[in-house]
Design a protein around this ligand. Structure first.
Ligand SMILES: [Zn+2]
Length: 226
């Protein structure tokens, strides 16, 4: 399957959600029972969410029943707040953010499925991580490691990967290109560093006349005053 086929049509989904919004039904677990969307309203709430025994404060929209003001479960909104708390957990524990995982995959021009297969994860794992699911710490470490092309090449050489010959060939070409780019950058940085080093060395050789004139000024602070 090509990457283009897997791209999600967000506009289409958004349009569908907006249409469904008016027809959507929710469940209010008081005597109200089933309520339609127009009998509900949104409100920003503060919430504390526990993730792996750590508490995180989250602010976001939640749905309420307009009849009795009871909070109603709303999969989309509740998920959004959960993802927010996951991102706080990630930042605190120095784990990759969903968009960082996406960036690594896009750098190698791989589909979510191929990327997962190469790393030995379940087929949908990368897709779920990019959508906001909290990643396994071991998976996170591997993702960070292979974000460097050289390491990804080693992984590709040392592991038995379950991808088509065509995909592997294309990937190897891409990795090679990225490695050359990294090397070019390193050479540039080194040249820059050596230039700076040269300037520092030259400055060290030139006597510091500034200090000499300072001493002279201090000994005769007001010039002709004596
Ligand atoms: Zn209600």
């Amino acid at each position: 399957m090509s990457m283009k086929n897997e791209k999600i049509n967000y506009e289409k989904i958004l349009k569908r959600l907006q249409t469904e919004e008016f027809e959507a039904k929710y469940w209010c677990n008081t005597s109200c029972g089933t309520v339609t969307a127009d009998k509900t309203h949104l409100m920003i709430i503060d919430e504390e969410i526990s993730i792996k025994r750590e508490m995180f404060k989250v602010q976001g929209d939640a749905r309420f029943c307009s009849k009795c003001n009871n909070r109603i479960s709303d999969v989309v909104l509740d998920d959004k707040r959960l993802v927010n708390s996951y991102n706080q957990y990630r930042t605190k524990n120095k784990l990759l953010l969903p968009e960082e995982i996406l960036n690594i995959r896009e750098k190698y021009e791989l589909s979510a499925k191929s990327f997962a297969q190469i790393l030995g994860f379940g087929d949908n794992t990368i897709y779920r991580y990019e959508k906001g699911c909290l990643q396994d710490k071991v998976h996170d470490a591997l993702l960070k490691q292979i974000s460097k092309p050289y390491n990804f090449l080693s992984h590709l050489n040392e592991s038995k990967v379950n991808i088509s010959e065509k995909t592997e060939k294309k990937l190897r070409k891409k990795i090679e290109f990225l490695m050359i780019e990294d090397l070019k950058k390193a050479v540039e940085e080194l040249t820059e560093l050596m230039k700076k080093e040269e300037i520092v060395t030259q400055q060290a050789i030139i006597p510091n006349y500034n200090n000499i004139s300072m001493e002279y000024n201090i000994s005769q602070p007001f010039g002709l005053a004596a």
